[in-house]
Design a binder for this molecule. Structure first.
Ligand code: ST9
Ligand code: NDP
Length: 515
C-alpha cells in the first residue's frame, strides 16, 4: 500500500493554478492514486468566454482525465471550483467560499503564477509575489492546514551558476517592492525594472525569487516546502507518455522547427538541457506534501526538481533526436523541411536569421501578394524570432543545482511509494522521452492524426523538390548575370564547358570501340 496515496485519502486539498499545465497533471494524479480524497478546491477565473464551471467540465472531459473517470467515477462531485482572481488583493473570493476554504483545507499546492518572461513588473509582482503573500495569510487562518507547498522555479536564482537548496536574498525587500508597485506609475516602473532585475534575464525569474523570500519571511508556524523545477516538459509515463498542452518551454520551439519555420537557433550544443517531465515534478510535489505534513521538518525545505546533475542531456543531443523524430513522424503542412543549426556564435546566428528565416518569409509574402492574398509570414517570423531571443538565455548556459533534499526524500520513501510516485530522473531514457515528447506535441498540441504521416512525408518530398528547383534557378540566374558582366566569368564558363565536353568524348570513344 502506498503511504503517500493513503495520506491524501479523506483530505481537502486546495490547488491554485489547477487549470495550468502542471496543475492539471497534479489533479489527475491525485484523483487517480487517492480516489478517496475528500475534495479538491481549485481557484479558477473565467477565461476566453468560458465560465469557471465550463473550464472544469472541459478539463475533466479531456483525454488526460480518461483513466481518472474509471478509478474515480464521481470525480465531478469531488472537485469544487471556486471563483477567484489572483490579480485582486482578496482574490475576489466570496464570503461563504472563503469560510469553507479556511475551515476545511488540509493541504495547499500553490502552482498559480504568471510564467511569461516579458510580463510587466507590476503584473508579475501581483501574481508571483503579492498573491503568494495573500495565500500565506489565508493559510495562517486555516486551523486544519497540515502543509503548504509552494511551486517556484529552479531559475529563480539563474544569475548564479551553482545553486543550493537555500533561499538567496534579493537586494530590495519584497515588501518594499510590493508597496512601491502601488504608487509608482507604469513609466517609472519600466525605467527601474532593468535595475531591479539586475543580472536576471526577465521579470519572471526575478519575481519568482521575490516570491520565495515572501514564503520564507511570512511562513510563521506553517509547515512549508518549496519545489524548484527546471524546464518542465511533456509527461514521461503518466497517465500516458508525451502529454503536453501549452507552448511554453521547448514545446513551442518543437512546433516551430517541425513546421519548418525555425531552422537555426543560437544555442550551445554542449550546454545542459535541464528538462524534467511534468509527471516527475508532480510525483515529487505529492511526496513533498506528504513528507512536510507527516515529518514536519523544523525549517522550510527546498527541493530541486532538476535532471542535469543526475542524468544530463545536452541541447545538441536533444536537437538531433527531435529532428530524427520529425523524419519518422513529420508534422503536417510544413512551411519548409525541418532542419536545425545550433550555433553559439552571435554573428553566425544573425546570418542564419537573415538567410534561413527572414529571406524565405519575405519571398513567401511576395508570393502571397502576387497571388492576391494578404502577406503574413514576415509578421509570424518576427514574433517567432522575438520568442526565440527570449529563450536563448536558457540554451546557452549550464547550471548546477544541488539535490540533497530531493535525494533524501527519495530514500525516505517505501519501495511502493518509489514506484507509484517515481521522481528518479536517473531512470529516464532521454532518446525515448524526446521522441514521445515530439509525438505528443503532434498529437495533443497540434491535434494531428498519425494516419496523416504518409501525406506529410509526401509534402516534405514536394518541398525538397521545390528547394532543389529554387536553388538551381537561383544559381543559373546569378551565373547568367555574372557572365554578362565579367570576362573572367565567361572564360571560366568556357573552360568548364570545354572540359566537360572533352571528358564526355573521352568516355564515349572507348565505349564506341567496344561495340
Ligand atoms: C530541432 C529544434 C529543437 C528545438 C529545441 C530547443 C528548445 C529550447 C527551449 C528552451 C526553453 C527554455 C525555457 C526556460 C524556462 C524556464 C523555466 C520556467 O520556470 S518558466 C516556464 C516557462 N515559461 C515560458 O516558457 C514562457 C515563454 N513564453 C513567453 O514568455 C511569451 O509567450 C512570449 C513573451 C515568448 C511571447 O509573448 P507574446 O508574443 O506577447 O504572446 P503569446 O504568449 O500569446 O504568444 C505569441 C505567439 O508566440 C507563440 N509562442 C509562445 N510561446 C512560444 C514558444 N515557447 N515557442 C514558440 N512559439 C511560442 C504563440 O503560439 C503565439 O503565436 P502566434 O499566435 O503569434 O502565431
Ligand atoms: N512550465 C515550466 O516550465 C515551469 C513552471 N514552473 C512553475 O510551475 C508553476 C505552474 O506552471 P505552469 O503550470 O507551467 O504554468 P501555466 O501558465 O500553465 O499555469 C498557470 C496557472 O496559474 C493560473 N493563474 C494565472 N493568473 C491567474 C489569476 N490572475 N487568477 C487565477 N489564476 C491565475 C492560470 O490560470 P488560467 O488558466 O486562468 O490562466 C493557470 O492555472 C508556476 O508556479 C511556474 O512558475 C517552474 C519551472 C518551470
Amino acid at each position: 500500500m502506498s503511504m503517500i496515496a493513503a495520506f491524501y485519502s479523506g483530505k481537502s486539498i486546495l490547488i491554485t493554478g489547477a487549470t495550468g499545465f502542471m496543475g492539471k497533471v497534479l489533479m489527475e494524479k491525485l484523483f487517480r492514486t487517492s480516489p478517496d480524497l475528500k475534495v479538491i478546491y481549485i481557484l479558477v477565473r473565467p477565461k476566453a468566454g468560458q465560465t469557471t464551471q465550463q473550464r472544469v467540465f472541459q478539463i475533466l472531459n479531456s483525454q488526460l482525465f480518461q483513466q481518472v473517470k474509471e478509478v474515480c467515477p464521481n470525480v465531478h462531485e469531488k472537485i469544487r471550483a471556486i471563483y477567484a482572481d489572483l490579480n485582486h488583493n482578496d482574490f475576489a473570493i466570496n464570503k461563504e467560499d472563503m469560510q469553507e476554504l479556511l475551515s476545511c483545507t488540509n493541504i495547499i499546492f500553490h502552482c498559480a503564477a504568471t510564467v511569461r518572461f516579458d510580463d510587466h513588473l507590476r503584473h508579475a509582482v501581483q501574481l508571483n509575489v503579492t498573491a503568494t503573500q495573500q495565500l500565506l495569510l489565508m493559510a495562517s487562518q486555516m486551523p486544519k492546514l497540515e502543509a503548504f507547498i509552494h511551486i517556484s522555479t529552479a531559475f529563480s536564482n539563474c544569475n548564479l551558476k551553482h545553486i543550493d537548496e537555500v533561499i538567496y536574498p534579493c537586494p530590495v525587500e519584497p515588501k518594499k517592492i510590493i508597496d512601491s508597485m502601488e504608487w509608482l506609475d507604469d513609466a517609472i516602473i519600466d525605467e527601474i525594472t532593468p535595475k531591479l532585475i539586475g543580472d536576471r534575464p526577465n521579470t519572471y525569474t526575478y519575481t519568482k525569487a521575490l516570491g520565495e523570500m515572501v514564503v520564507q519571511q511570512e511562513s510563521g508556524n506553517l509547515n512549508i516546502a518549496i519545489i524548484r523545477p527546471s524546464i518542465v516538459g511533456a509527461t514521461w509515463q503518466e497517465p500516458f507518455p508525451g502529454w503536453v498542452d501549452n507552448l511554453n518551454g521547448p514545446s513551442g520551439l518543437i512546433i516551430a522547427a517541425g513546421k519548418g519555420f525555425l531552422r537555426s537557433i543560437r544555442a550551445t550544443p554542449m550546454a545542459v538541457a535541464d528538462l524534467v517531465p511534468v509527471d516527475t515534478v508532480v510525483n515529487l510535489t505529492l511526496a513533498v506534501g506528504w513528507y512536510t505534513a507527516v515529518h514536519r521538518p523544523k525549517s522550510t525545505l527546498i527541493y530541486h526538481c532538476t535532471s542535469g546533475n543526475l542524468n544530463p542531456c545536452n541541447w545538441g543531443k536533444m536537437g538531433l533526436q527531435v529532428l530524427a523524430t520529425f523524419e519518422k513522424a513529420p508534422f503536417e503542412r510544413a512551411f519548409r523541411r525541418p532542419h536545425a543549426d545550433f550555433t553559439s556564435n552571435l554573428i553566425t546566428s544573425q546570418y542564419w536569421n537573415a538567410v534561413s528565416h527572414r529571406a524565405p518569409a519575405i519571398i513567401y509574402d511576395f508570393y502571397l501578394r502576387l497571388t492576391g492574398r494578404k502577406p503574413r509570414m514576415t509578421k509570424v517570423m518576427n514574433r517567432l524570432l522575438r520568442t526565440v531571443s527570449m529563450l536563448e538565455y536558457f540554451v546557452n548556459r549550464s547550471w548546477e543545482w544541488s539535490t540533497y533534499n530531493t535525494e533524501m526524500l527519495m530514500s525516505e520513501l517505501s519501495p511502493e511509494d518509489q514506484r507509484v510516485f517515481n521522481f528518479d530522473v536517473r531512470q529516464l531514457n532521454w532518446l525515448e522521452y524526446i521522441e514521445n515528447y515530439v509525438l505528443g506535441v503532434k498529437k495533443y498540441l497540434l491535434k494531428e492524426d498519425m494516419a496523416g504521416i504518409p501525406e506529410a512525408k509526401q509534402h516534405l518530398k514536394r518541398l525538397r523538390n521545390i528547394h532543389y528547383l529554387f536553388n538551381t534557378a537561383l544559381f543559373l540566374i546569378a551565373w547568367r548575370l555574372l557572365i554578362a558582366r565579367s570576362q573572367m566569368a565567361r572564360n571560366v564558363w568556357f573552360f568548364i564547358v570545354s572540359f566537360c565536353y572533352k571528358f564526355l568524348s573521352y568516355f564515349r570513344a572507348p565505349s564506341t570501340l567496344k561495340v
